[in-house]
Design a binder for this molecule. Structure first.
Ligand SMILES: [Zn+2]
Length: 78
């Protein structure tokens, strides 16, 4: 197998290009989950999974915060 040092976790692994959207990449960089130097580079399966999980987790948290905001707005209004 053709393994290389992953630019994110530095483990020897099979690296593949990942098709995260520009928005997802920008978010991952701003959260510190992805280093700028890793952007656009192939990464290993483990890192891909971690980044995908991070995106899902942040989306879930953002959705919950949105619900909280809506709730407190309604509370203030009533
Ligand atoms: Zn990796």
């Amino acid at each position: 197998m053709n393994t290389k040092s992953c630019p994110r976790c530095e483990h020897q692994a099979v690296l593949r290009p990942r098709n995260f959207s520009d928005q997802a990449v920008a978010s991952l960089v701003s959260w510190g989950d992805m280093d700028k130097k890793v952007v656009g580079k192939p990464i290993c399966d483990d890192c891909h999974e971690e980044l995908r999980d991070a995106l899902i987790e942040h989306q879930r948290v953002a959705a919950e915060q949105e619900i909280d905001r809506t709730r407190s707005k309604n509370r203030r209004a009533s």
